[in-house]
Design a protein around this ligand. Sequence first.
Ligand code: JFZ
Length: 487
Amino acid sequence: MKTTARFTAGTVACLLLFVSVSARPAAAGAAENPAERDARMRWWREARFGMFVHWGLYSGLAGTWEGKPVGDKGGMEWIQQRVKADTGTYAKKAIPLFKPAPGFAKEWAKLAKQAGCKYIVLTSKHHDGFALHDSKVSDYDAGSVLNRDLIREFVDAARAEGLRLGFYHSVIDWHHDQYEYALSKQLPHPLKGKPYPNGKRDHAAYLKFLHAQADELVSNYGPVDVLWWDYSSQDFEGDAAWRAFDLMAAVRAKQPAIIMNNRLFRNPAAGWKSMGTDGFALSIDSKYGDFITPEQHIPATGMPGLDFEVCMTLNTTWGYSAHDHAWKSDETLIRNLVDIASKGGNYLLNIGPKADGSLTPETVKAFRAIGAWMAVNGESIYETAASPFPYLPWGRSTARKDGSGVTLYLHVFDWPAGGELKVPMKADIAGVRLLAAPDTKVAVTADGKHTVLRLPAAAPDKIATVIKLVLKSAPKIDMSVKQPAAK
Ligand code: JFZ
């Protein structure tokens, strides 16, 4: 909601801010050293699992336009682009359908907590440009249209469950009348190829708005743990596209501990090799962000020291669609979580709530299944490091250094016929336990380069049975056991 009466208060606030920032110039500008960075990243590295929420005007349209399904696959948060609607037409249809119930975020936060998520990231604004907070610099926001601050309600619900929280904020904007979409051939816009309806646009004015809105999000809701920018193209990125370094510095000045992704950029040093959701590279220069963002793809391997977060959908859309029934199985979801942890990354698993905030039964069932598995096996995921094995034919592993010893967690996907599991290592074992069947005896023998575990005939957990191995010292791993080349 725009107001002019706040001009005076705002000016005073700006002056105060200027004074406080200039009083400690070193703090804002000084580069962080590696120990400080490790301390800042710590909770995120230990968390391993978060909930992503795509929710906005598109949620009410639910993949339907003028009575017809737009499709049953793909992101329906893009529906404005899919049907090539100008913002006026889109808003007119979508606004009456967007009806957030009181307390809409409580169910999300409870479900996230139950599932074992440590953080939750909500779309504060998606590409359609509609902001969920009460924005003073826009009339296209929940404050103006619904007289609600949906971000405030979300933040309160997340904190009540003890979750860390973040905002996904789109820098692409299909609403703002100064956003110069002709500057990129690669970024999507519903009117791409058409002249600006308002004749001429001034992208600098859009950037002023973008920066001001980001400032609202990091100023008015207490500590914000994550800023998840989205997204850039090779032909439109970084400083030229978004004044990205200024934007990041301004956010950091307000939220020194915040963790930001790499999507204000799309260049090789920022962790990108091409466009497309598989266009990520396994490296990042931290000046472009704190972590890389593989989307819908799990990297084939991890990289020592690389912070990455794989975001994925439960079906094939991020925003709610009534037509997408391609739900992933519990087995796929749980094994993805294990696979990602075994490579040293985080899993950001999406929900697409309906317009009132309610969740589909499939969504609730999926997160509950993960929660049930995590309640038994969570210690094999949280605060662990990537697998020390180049390859395990029957599953995955994670590891943790404990004093002078090492704890290994073996995640068995393919239970061995005959119950004999070969682990390609020599090790001095102090203890072995099945997390899902702690009373089961497991005999351990050595066989050449292998440690052999004698397991029960049937898997205690058909999706992923976890074997906890406490070792007195680092194992001698057979590094010659490698993943067979893909056919
Ligand atoms: C982006 C969004 O467009 C999408 O709606 C969702 O929010 C997802 C998490 O992020 O998806 C992308 C980003 C980049 C590409 C494609 C989809 N790309 O580079 O081709």
